[in-house]
Ligand binder design. Structure first.
Ligand SMILES: [Zn+2]
Ligand SMILES: [Zn+2]
Length: 492
């Protein structure tokens, strides 16, 4: 693909952290929660059944950007649990991220987010701190940061009180709780400031106004729907009746959805005023959902139930895509970048994506592109799950005894749900439907085996590349020495 400024659509990828599909009006939720997102979905393509590949941010986001399952991109842990081994494997797997590819294609690439590390790869700008002058930074450090930090900590204390009631305490869990509280405290320095949709949108507005004459790719990460769900009070509806702290956090989550949606409306106005809506492709999704109180999991993304894996996926462009289309086929995050590469005619066979282009679904040439969705977890406990449109099988190959998050022992437990009769996954039918469950397990085993083989192949390829580049380096050095020796008259 040649560089032709202005000839390709701008692309805005919006990830709203921990947003459950079911909380949006366009996915059957409360219509007052999301009028702006509903409006975009109404004019665009809505994928009814999109499932995340992992239930936590780092793994899932890397899948969105690479088109690969975490098994084949290498990041299989989360936050401060990411090991040097993960990063070594990620580097050896020759993973190409969307921003890198678009940057090579001539796009100006920018992101408003704080996660950094490998997510920065391919971005011309990546960050969220607009204060550039000395006094601006000073004001930020003395006034803004302590205020937002304090607000965030107060909200987290409310959550910790709920956890303390719901989780059984032992010396081990208390020690773990203290460690978690410390890592949350450090985490808040980064997350607290960016957990404000209007702040994020205002940064984006500045970037858009500056870069609007070039083809740009913008990655935008809203964090308001991530715990502790801070949002302006006017968006939180008063909890009637129940005064339980859980009710407050439920209202706060719903308020955070409304606040992000409201801010997205502002972003759309900016795009309209800057006359960018005619040639901007907008993608809206979330990295994973959230269990609010379901399955005895309180305000966390733990487990592989649909509340945590079912995510929104909406595409919008006024010309490229048909209007008001709802797609019923199963899709996963790994299908997003293959779709973009297909659309932009970027040769992608070397990227080893696990996903498939969604264009045949969008154009109505196919009804289904996949018969299953794979999701995994390594956050609290290890779980692997596979779902078809009607059935779901989950198993936990290993674990650490009693789970402190939901007071269950997961290790060795197999779960099987008939989603047609039991959409809330409340009755585990594994012992009643063993034959059906076994069939899904076999499918899952085949899938995991093929992904692990693919990963091994990629790693071998990476090693070969490393050896050949070392060999190339040695060859260059040898030639240099030879030339030197020649010039000194030691060789013919
Ligand atoms: Zn997340
Ligand atoms: Zn658990």
């Amino acid at each position: 693909m040649e560089k032709k400024t202005g000839s390709y659509p701008n692309i805005i990828l919006i990830v709203i952290d921990a947003l459950r599909a079911r909380n949006l009006g366009c996915y059957g939720g409360d219509a007052e929660s999301s009028p702006n997102i509903d409006n975009i979905a109404e004019k665009g393509i809505l994928f009814e059944k999109c499932y995340s590949c992992w239930n936590t941010t780092d793994q899932s986001l890397t899948s969105i950007f690479s088109g690969r399952y975490p098994r084949t991109h290498g990041i299989v842990h989360h936050g401060d649990k990411i090991t040097p081994e993960d990063l070594k494997i990620f580097n050896s797997l020759n993973v190409k991220l969307l921003a890198e590819i678009l940057q090579n294609t001539g796009y100006k690439t920018f992101a408003v987010d704080w996660m950094g590390r490998w997510f920065r790869n391919g971005f011309d700008y990546y960050g969220y701190k607009p204060e550039k002058t000395f006094f601006g930074k000073l004001f930020y450090l003395i006034f803004t940061l302590p205020y937002v930090h304090l607000r965030y900590i107060v909200a987290n204390i409310g959550l910790l009180k709920i956890y303390a009631k719901k989780r059984k305490t032992s010396i081990r869990s208390a020690w773990k709780g203290l460690r978690d509280a410390w890592s949350t405290f450090r985490f808040t320095f980064e997350l607290a400031r960016i957990q404000d949709a209007n702040y994020v949108t205002s940064l984006v507005e500045g970037l858009i106004k500056k870069e609007k004459n070039k083809n740009f790719f913008l990655f935008l990460h809203y964090w308001d729907t991530h715990s502790p769900y801070n949002c302006p009070k006017r968006f939180v509806s008063k909890t009637r009746g129940s005064r339980k702290p859980e009710s407050l956090f439920l209202s706060k989550y719903h308020g955070a959805v409304r606040y992000v949606d409201n801010s997205l409306g502002k972003l759309m106005t900016v795009l309209k005023n800057e006359k960018l809506l005619d040639n901007t492709l907008i993608i809206i999704t979330s990295d994973h959902g959230e269990s609010l109180i379901e399955h005895s999991i309180f305000f966390d993304h733990h487990g592989l139930y649909d509340v945590t894996t079912h995510v929104p996926l909406i595409f919008y462009h006024p010309d490229i895509f048909p209007k008001s289309k709802k797609i019923k086929g199963l899709v996963q995050h790994i299908d997003v970048v293959p779709t973009l590469y297909d659309l932009l005619k970027i040769e992608s066979k070397d990227f080893a994506c696990d996903g498939t282009s969604l264009l045949p679904l969008i154009r109505g040439e196919k009804e289904e592109i996949r018969s299953f969705a794979l999701s995994e977890e390594s956050y609290v406990q290890r779980k692997i799950g596979i779902r078809t449109k009607k059935l779901k099988y989950i198993f936990a190959p290993d674990g650490v005894g009693m789970c402190n998050y939901c007071q269950k022992i997961h290790k060795g437990v197999e779960e099987f749900y008939n989603l047609e009769n039991d959409p809330h996954e409340s009755v585990n039918r594994f012992h009643d439907d063993k034959i059906e469950a076994r069939k899904l397990r076999e499918k899952l085993d085949d899938l995991l085996e093929s992904l692990d083989n693919k990963r091994q192949k990629q790693m071998n390829k990476g090693k070969r590349k490393e050896i050949s580049s070392k060999y190339g380096q040695n060859l260059k050095e040898a030639k240099k020495v030879k030339r030197k020796l020649k010039s000194l008259g030691y060789m013919d």
